[in-house]
Design a protein around this ligand. Structure first.
Ligand code: HEC
Length: 121
């Protein structure tokens, strides 16, 4: 009777060890969007890095993520004029000019095209 108890305890401890080891693993892998994608154009890449990326590569921001074509589709459907208007003037959680005060309209369209994965003109 007494001889089996320490072995059971050992087994229990080993199982507990396994369980806590599992808990150390990240529970949710990052979404399969291109959150570290960068525009190929160097000037755009710089602008993106210091503005849009702060939110559009951050799932917690509520912004449509770069490369997430599903999230962008209904927004793209509004047309370039509306997208540009919402970018310049802000839209809900989207701040006016997306925090890029030096961006030109052309650059905004380039950045939106990059994030949405479709060419917007
Ligand atoms: C501080 C966070 C933040 C930054 C910085 C930011 N955005 Fe956004 N953006 C958002 C959020 C949040 C939304 C979603 C707004 C909503 O629909 O509620 C959004 C939505 C958009 C939309 C879609 C608007 C629509 O009509 O559906 C466009 C286009 C856009 N952002 C462009 C940009 C561009 C270009 C930049 C960089 C120059 C940028 N954003 C930077 C937060 C941000």
């Amino acid at each position: 009777m007494w001889s089996t108890t320490p072995r059971r305890m050992g087994l229990l401890l080993a199982l507990l060890g396994l369980l806590s080891a599992c808990n150390d693993k990240p529970q949710h892998p990052p979404p399969a969007t291109a959150s570290n994608a960068v525009p190929t154009d160097l000037a755009l890449a710089r602008l993106y890095d210091t503005s849009c990326k702060l939110c559009h590569a951050n799932p917690a921001s509520g912004a449509p993520l770069t490369g997430d074509s599903q999230a962008w589709a209904p927004r793209v459907a509004q047309g370039a004029d509306t997208l540009l208007d919402h970018t310049l003037n802000g839209y809900h959680g989207m701040p006016p000019m997306g925090l890029c005060m030096q961006c030109s309209e052309e650059q905004f369209l380039g950045l939106i095209s990059f994030m949405a994965g479709v060419h917007i003109q």
